[in-house]
Structures are given as C-alpha cells and as structure tokens.
Design a protein. Structure first.
Length: 542
C-alpha cells in the first residue's frame, strides 16, 4: 500500500486529503476540518490528481468524497503505478530587486532539491548577487515548506558624507561669568575675547567623502548620493588661501563666528563715557567702552559691545555679543539688541532682545526677548515684573515677588520667528492687494486691445503690468513657502522649560507654546514643563 498527503495545511484546523495506491485501485481519503478550519477544495484535489498523472480517474467519485469529507476511502481509479513528485521551488524578487525569496513545495514520493539545484534555480531567475549560501544549505538539509524564505539580499548604497569646515578657534565659546565662593558673579573675568594675528589660519575645508554604490540581487548597481563640498564661511576681514581651502585673518583683531560667517573685527575703544564728547558711535567692528553710556546715546557695532560702566536710558545694538560689566538702568528708554548673547549684572526698566542667550544676576520690570536661554544666576538670580519671551528655557532663583508683582513668562517659541511670521503675513496682504490691482489694469487693457482701441503708448503699460503680476505672484509664492516653513518650526519648537531654584510667586503667568497657567501659590525648587495641552510642575531636572 502506498499513500501520499496531497495538500499542505495552512492551519492545523484545516481539512486535508490523502491519495493511496492499493492493489484494488487508487483511493481518495478526505479529512474534515475542525473548529474554524477550512474545507478541502475540490480544485486542490484535481490539481494533485493531474500532477500525479492518475489515469482514467472518476471525477464524480472525487467530488463525492470531497463533499462527504468523512475519512472514508473512496476509489477514484483503477490500480496503477504511482508517479513520484520531487520537491519544487519558486523564486520571487522584490520590486526594488534588493531581496529574493524562495518558496519550497514538498516532494510527494520524490526527493528534495539539493543546495546546488536551488542555487542554479536562482541564477536561472537572474539572481546572481548576495546569495545566502549558508541559508540554502540549511533549508536543503532542514526544509521548510510553503513559506517565503529570504535566500539573497543585495547591498544598500552608502551615501557619501558632505564636506565640512574645521575651525581653529572656539566657535561655541561659553560666555559664562565666573561665580565666586561667596556667590557673587565676577563679570570682569568672562574670557570671551579670542584674538588672532594677521595671516593666522582660522579654518580649513574638510573634503567630502564619496558614496559607495550598492548592488541588487540581479547584479545591477544602485547609485549612492555623493557628498557635497563645503563652502568657506568667508566674512569680513578674512582672506582665502591660494588653494582656496582655508581662511586666514586679514588683520589683527577678534575672531567671531556670526550668522555662519567667520569674521575678524578690529576693536574701537572709548576711554571714558559715551556722552556729548563722543556723540553716538557706529562701528563695523567691536566696541569697548571704559566708562558709562549716558541716557539718549546710541552705540551700534558690527561685532561685540563691552561696557565697563553703567548703561542708562541708551540704545546699544550689536552684531555680536553685548557685555555689561555692571548693568543697565534703562528708565523705560533703554534698549539692548544683540545678534549673539547679552551678559549683564542687572537690567532694569529696559527693552532687551538677544538672538541667543541672556545671562544676568537680576532683570527687573523689563521686556525681554531671547532666542535661546535666559539664565538668572549669582546671589539674586531674580526675574520680576515685565514680560519675557524665551525660545527654549528660563533658569532663575526667584521669579516674581512676595508682592505678587505681575510677571509674564513665555517659553518654547522663538520670538524672532513669531515676529517674522507677523511680518510675512502683513507683506503677503499687501502683495495680494497689489496683484488684484494689477489684474484689474490688465483686464481693462485687454478689453481695449480686443476692441482694437488700445493706444500705442498703452501697449508698453500692458506688458509692464503683466511683468509686474508675474513678479508679485512669484514673490507671494516664496512668502507662502517661507510661512509654511515657519509654521512647522513654531509647531516643533513649542516646548520649553522654566526652572526655579528658590521661589516662583503668585502673580506670575507662565506660557509654554500655546499652553498657559497662572501661579496661584508659592512654588519652590521646581521645573515647569509642557505635557500635551497642560503645564506640569515637577522636580528640578538638570
């Protein structure tokens, strides 16, 4: 007696069938499914009968046996010799041609495929690269049937690395005043000035790394992205070397890295006060003022501004940092605007804006915008009154006062981005109005042209109007793209923290992104942070 299982069960509960070769004939035995398993499909049985080349089988008997599925042997053909079926393998390649899979159909009375035969089958199907010989040897010895097995895998391309710039000075120099043993802050020893000599090498280009090509399982190359060369960050008072790979200082001075450019600034020194004897100061480089800056005067510098004395109700604007070794008593008129950091002992009754960090011992009754971090340290570490809008986080010892002084604190949104967002919206409204006017003029001129009543001198006006519309439409599209980018950035950046090392008092309003809360009781040694749509109070996190 010979027999064979004619179908491979997809589930342990599925029905299955057997074909047995007996001296009395060929018999079909159909087993029913259990639980929620699937019944045997008559087509599966007929496919197997065809594959086994059973001659003169009785189709009615086959269908009856499948319908009954009662494990009873049903004769479907006269006795004949069984045809042995060897195992069969099929190959499937993924659409990206990076992987090839093999599916084995079990042998029926025949033999299993050898590893060499499987490799030959892969090659006949065009799979010539990344063949996993050990996997094929394994499944040849321990076959797994009717499952997709990865037998070849291509190599992914490795993208090249972009070139970079190697700096020979401290680009991210920490402008942090020293804290003395008694808690006072020494604003005289900041160590923020880095001087260079003429001809000194400031930075060098690092060449890009080339990419490594990948290869599909069919042997085709997969291109890699090549690294892009970096560009020398050339600013003011620097020169490119003869080979164009380095920047050197063109003058003696202070090296700065501002807005992605390396510049060297000479320093203008004021030996005493900025007053009527000096007038307002406008200088392309750094400015060092040994005395005070009196009320009403203006100091504008392309580099940093350092003041050894007191700043009154004056205006100081710097392309780099602003360092006030004593502080600022703004009297409601003082203005500080820095494209870098602002460091001061105290700031009172002033308008203050820094692109990066602001560090002070006390800020009182002032309006502050800070793109990165606001740090209140030293003995007082005080922030009271006014309003602060800070990009990332605020660290202070005390926020507010026991008198419940109104103090507005906002973190998590870069104030410069919000201001740019407002400006773009206003400019877009103006451009849209101009486009509408231009379209009306074009429509009127087109009507005259269609009626043959367009004067010769108006033809040029029509062409100019069309060019104007195209220019305005292009500009409006650019603004829309920039606006979308800012909206994404504002959404991503709408998280920040407020750290308090002593007390935060009632009267303080805290906003983090679009969330807002009022402090209603004294809080001590805590961190305020955003959690979804709420502002939480937690322990100090470093």
């Amino acid at each position: 007696m010979a027999g064979s299982a004619a179908n491979y069960k997809k589930s342990i509960n599925d029905g299955f069938f057997e074909i047995r070769y007996e001296p009395q004939g060929v018999f079909l035995i159909v087993h029913p499914p259990v639980a929620n398993g699937s019944k045997v499909d008559v087509r599966e049985v007929l496919d197997k009968i065809s594959a086994k080349n059973i001659k003169n089988f009785m189709r009615d008997a086959v269908e009856a046996a499948v319908n009954r599925a009662d494990k009873t042997p049903v004769k479907i053909a006269e006795a004949q010799e069984e045809k042995k079926l060897d195992a069969v393998a099929s190959v499937m390649v993924t659409p990206d041609k990076m992987k090839a899979y093999m599916v084995l159909t079990p042998p029926d009375g025949g033999r299993m495929l050898s590893a060499d035969e499987m490799v030959e089958l892969l090659k006949n199907q065009g799979v010539v690269n990344g063949i996993n010989k050990s996997m094929i040897d394994n499944i040849a010895q321990y076959p797994v049937y009717n499952e997709m097995i990865c037998v070849a895998e291509g190599s992914q391309p490795v993208n090249g690395q972009n070139g970079s710039v190697e700096f020979y000075f401290d680009v991210k120099k920490e402008k942090k005043p020293a804290i003395l043993d008694d808690g006072r802050v020494d604003f005289r020893e900041l160590g923020v000035v880095e001087s260079v000599k003429k001809g000194q090498v400031l930075c060098t280009l690092v060449p890009p790394m080339p990419g490594i090509k990948g290869k599909t399982v069919t042997g085709a190359d997969v291109p890699a992205l090549e690294g892009k060369p970096a560009v020398l960050p050339k600013g003011k008072n620097v020169l490119a070397s003869e080979d164009g790979q380095s920047l050197v200082a063109a003058i003696d001075g202070q090296v700065n890295y501002i807005d992605g450019k390396v510049s060297v600034f000479a320093t203008y020194e004021v030996p005493a006060d900025v007053d009527n004897s000096t007038g307002n100061i406008y200088f392309i480089g750094n400015v060092c003022i040994r005395g005070n800056v009196l009320s009403g005067f203006v100091v504008e510098a392309g580099g940093s501004v350092e003041v050894w004395g007191v700043v009154e109700g004056a205006t100081i604007k710097a392309g780099g940092d602003i360092i006030l070794r004593r502080g600022m008593q703004g009297m409601g008129k003082g203005v500080l605007e820095s494209n870098g950091d602002i460091i001061a002992k105290y700031i009172e009754n002033s308008n203050v804006q820094a692109k990066n960090d602001i560090k002070a011992e006390a800020i009182m009754h002032s309006y502050v915008k800070c793109g990165n971090k606001l740090e209140l340290g030293g003995r007082k570490g005080l922030l009271v009154g006014g309003a602060c809008k800070v990009g990332k986080e605020i660290t202070a010892k005390v926020i507010g006062s026991v008198m419940a002084t109104v103090t507005d604190v906002e973190v998590g949104v870069n104030p410069a981005l919000k201001e740019r967002y407002r400006q773009i919206k206003e400019e877009m409204a103006g451009i849209e109005a101009d486009i509408k006017k231009t379209e009306q003029a074009i429509a009127l001129l087109r009507k005259l042209e269609a009626a043959g009543a367009l004067p010769h001198e108006k033809i040029e006006l029509l062409e100019k109007s069309i060019r104007t519309k195209e220019y305005l439409t292009s500009k409006l599209s650019d603004f829309k793209d920039e606006l979308a980018g800012i909206e994404v950035k504002l959404q991503q950046d709408s998280y920040g923290k407020v750290r308090v090392y002593n007390y935060i008092y009632p009267g303080v309003k805290v906003a983090i992104g679009s969330c807002m809360t009022y402090i209603k009781e004294n809080l001590q040694y805590c961190t305020l942070y955003r959690d979804g749509a709420d502002i939480r109070v937690g322990p100090i996190d470093k």
